[in-house]
Design a protein around this ligand. Sequence first.
Ligand code: FEO
Ligand code: CA
Ligand code: CA
Length: 687
Amino acid sequence: MTLTPVPQDRPTLPLQPTNRHGSRSRMTCLFRCGNACDHPEPNPTTNDHIQDEIAKAVQRRSLLKGAAVGSGALVLGSLTGGLADQAVASSGSGKRDLATAAFTPVRPNKRDAVTTATGFTYDVIIRWGDPVVAGAPTFDPYAQTAEAARTQFGYNNDYVGVLPLKGSKEALLVVNHEYTDENLMFPANTYTPAEIKTAAMANYGVSVVQIKPGLVPGSWRQVKPSSKTTYNRRIHLETTFAFDGPAAGDDRLKTTADPAGIQVKGTLNNCAGGTTPWGTVLSGEENFNSYFDKSGALDPRYTAEYQRYGITGSGKGWMEVDPRFDLTVEPHEPHRFGWIVEIDPMQPGSTPRKHTMLGRFKHEGANISLTKNGRAVAYMGDDERGDYIYKFVSAAKFDDRGTSKARAHNKTLLTKGTLYAAKFSGDGSEDGVYDGTGEWIPLCNDTQSFVPDMSVADVLLFTRLAADKMSPTKMDRPEDVEPNPVNGKVYAALTNNSNRGTVAMPVDEANPLASSMVRSAIGAPLTSASGNRNGYVLEITPDSGNHGSRTFTWDLFLVCGDPAAAETYFGGFAKSAVSPISCPDNVTFDSEGNLWIATDGNVLGSNDGLFRVPTSGPDRGQVLQFVTMPRGAETCGPLIADSNRSLFFAVQHPGEIDGATFEQQASTWPHTDDFPRPSVCVAFKDR
Ligand code: FEO
Ligand code: CA
Ligand code: CA
């Protein structure tokens, strides 16, 4: 076939071969978050940095060690009905148990491969382009269309949820598709610019895929799509979502297509998420700001709001194929993204919802636990340098009866309640530990705002601006914030912050690196490193062991990096016996309460990976690398399931290295084609 060359529409990339910051390629920064780090720090407030707290010295470590919590979380574990629940109920799976297995950590490497610890292996379950819906065409990179993509597995898989199907050994795999990289996806001289845009847009959203156990215990494979895979579903940018909660119907959600402000087409930049105790999936709309263009002036009514959310009018050119992405035409369209969405995979025809009650920001994800009296608590991070950690507590209580009526009630829990932002106070660095106390600052409930001069709808639509007024603590890019179902503590990945330590964002005890004062206080040498480069894992212990508590204690469980670096800390474990780890992003837990950490942007000179770390006992803090990623990829969506025998994970953006194109790829993983395909995998014991 003779192809007629047409003008290409690929974003122009900088020619520098170097990385922009850390190891994250210029391509990843451009395509995923629109070069957020190039923009002025979006949070300009001078909110509390708790510097003045550093003088206080109270040893809190012993208190933390004794603070066994978790009744609420254990209840959650018994209510999820998920594969993780089966793991809790299981007496263990012997040598196949990933929670207890001894393994030699994978050495840091730069292979174009997924490498598991010796004795374990992995399978690819589904790749970009594989059929999701029955009748989907076989993927052909030279014949990509929006119509085909809306039936196939989307690009750049992130969150991974696994929900068992009752009365069956099968389960539903629910996966987010965060963003596209047109350079790697589309061959040159094959498509018009409009064809690239529409096909790329159809690669966003969420996939629901039926899976079944493989031959080896712990392995899983896709059920071939057919008339029997009735749960399979592709949610994309044309799928109708309904708004609920107090801001639904607000004037600032109204557009030409939706004059009532109650529904919106699609979901964007879905990053992490969580599976609820009632068997639905939550997904975070993260860097939604980078998809909006402008054909003329920006609406002056929203100057401050656009600025705080990084909405500049510099998008991906989508307005050329869909005018709703033109801010000049539809100034309210960006207000319709940046939410937590809820999808019910068990009801394939159901309308997914966007929960205004959980606030609008760059949502990484949301993970649910229960208070002691049964209210649902959603923990959430706003992934921006200097933004906040949030939680929501429902007004109504979880109904554990397992009936369809109870389930319908539970699906309303995220529509009414109270939204809070976290304030962390340090107790001083003289104790040699980064730790302290904290409080949840209420922003609003469904009927009342606690923020001066802002209504409930103001708070929910422009949550960042509302929180700014209440002085929570500016954090180092909060990613996953997840409750540990065994010890009841909450673990937040703070991935890095290239701005920390500047005058605009000084250090504090919860975000300590880059300050000469703090470094000298803990005896750490000053380095040439600027800011927090390797990230932290923050451990939050709710007071009274109750996720409903307004107060908590906290400590930095991990200060990531090369163990040889003086500033690193691994929960008190011997630094000579841990794996180097950099830029924690997604986290999950096995039934023993071990924390599993996925990384994004390792700056230690090797590929990203996945790590296991005990959170209690003599091995607390022993970080061991279990899997390494292919070239250019980050690790996403880790999930331990099936009685701790299965480790699900997503390989996102393999080959996304500066200068790579479809014709000149930097990776060919999973090595089924001559181009890389983001894929969801499962690791398990191989013998
Ligand atoms: Fe999409 Fe915050 O990672
Ligand atoms: Ca301290
Ligand atoms: Ca992430």
